[in-house]
Design a protein around this ligand. Sequence first.
Ligand code: B12
Ligand code: SF4
Length: 445
Amino acid sequence: MNIDKVVLVYPRRDGRIFGKAQGSPYTLMRLASLVPDELPVEIWDEDLAPIPFHRITGHTLMGITSKTLSIDRAREIADEARRRGATVVVGGTHATLAPEEVASWAHITAVGEAYFTWPRIIEDVLHDRAQTLYVDESWAELHGVARLTDRVLKMVNEKRDYWTPYMEITRGCPRNCNFCTAIRVSGRVMRHRPVDEVVEEIERRGIRRFFLTDDNFGLNFRTAPDYIEQLFRALRRLPLNGWTNQAEMMVGDFPDLIRLAREAHMDKFFIGFESVNAGNRRDLGGKSKGNLQDYKRVIRTIQKYGIGVVGLFVFGLDADTPDVFQNTWNFCKESGLDNVSFTIMTPYPGTTARQEYIRDGRLMLDMPWSKYDTSHVVFEPVSMTADQLREGYDWICRKAYSLPSIATRGLYTLRRHPLRLAPSKLFSTFSTDFGYRKTYSYRSV
Ligand code: B12
Ligand code: SF4
């Protein structure tokens, strides 16, 4: 087939918030960079603008990225594009976790990271020999893979159009928490991008803030301390305003690296404490044990070095009784967290949790994928009813994301920093809290 253009699509989720979309389409930027120079390529981010369906022809190769919660929208876009003659490839998390379902409506399904298969798919479509399923058989080394091209950087105006640029430094997580898909989506072995490539990308993109897409960046403090030290020493030299990442609590055991992290302009750790309930430790892959004194020690250690802590908690694990909400809220207030994020346990395809719920007849089979947004109940919990989980979750979200609570946390954050940092700290704390407030507001009870 002659390809007149390759278009990469991000299905709508949040739309614009105060004029900009939430985060840059990093996934699509990496994939667009793998498209050969001689083929025109475009990124259509539906959070930024409606899909220009009229521009699709019988020579358009469309790649759609998929997450479970937006898969229905992905399908609508695919159907319309197919009607107009395009060849449609669907890849990403949902395609990786539920390929048979996606294959029933996409021309081509791409399972895995696609660093090897996406270039092959393009080649095969060009030569009319495309298959219906491509599976990345091995995890690519992150050295030099999908380096962002200048044409892609010209195409996406990260400063004007997006609140948060994303950035990948490491990928993978060996933990295998029972509700997480990281092992299947990113692999069990932690992989690292070379430090000079990270620096080069930041400089070429001209970004001053970013959010790491890494599954568990903090684990590297223990498993790859030399790499982390080298990285921080390099980032220290860059004119960054702040960057954030997802980590587990054992980063608190490495004060020297935390100090270096601050010098490297790290602003916040998003830490998956997950539960204040020690009974849930089996589900958490060994990373959090429900020891609240330990959680507080970690928060204090990190904050002492000038880095903020966002506490992530999930509700509805098997040992959770209705008092988990009050206990979590008490902990949030006492612990001095800078921000908090609450989610309802969500059994995504490919997780151990989902298999267990299906086995025990606890999965609500009539729930559409759009409810898999972590603020809806899609299964029957063990130690409370689904209604109690829903009501408890609403209760704690109303408490945590009320304007007085947001203001209290903002003031607490401000008090710990010199006045000259006030504008950036205020932006950082309020943008996180208002982001979560918005996520929660999706919930229609
Ligand atoms: C960064 C991140 C975020 C960021 C940015 C999200 C965004 N807008 O992209 C933030 C923090 C905002 C976020 C929010 C959420 N996230 Co999130 N997030 C991630 C994370 C850690 C990394 C994703 C990433 O960007 N990786 C880097 C890029 C380069 O890789 P990639 O996206 O995986 O894409 C590669 C392949 O998948 C493939 N590919 C992808 N698309 C396509 C398309 C084609 C055509 C092809 C060929 C290949 C292909 O090629 C790419 C290059 O290798 C993943 C975990 C993970 N490791 O994937 C969870 C993850 C995607 N998130 C998840 C969830 C649940 C959420 C939330 C619902 C959580 C919440 N309660 O708020 C929200 C939903 C927000 C939304 N708008 O969709 C789940 C999704 C599960 C699922 N089955 O869908 C994941 C998998 C984590 C988990 N719990 O297991 N998230
Ligand atoms: S530690 Fe985090 S990234 Fe790793 S498996 Fe558990 S939830 Fe997923």
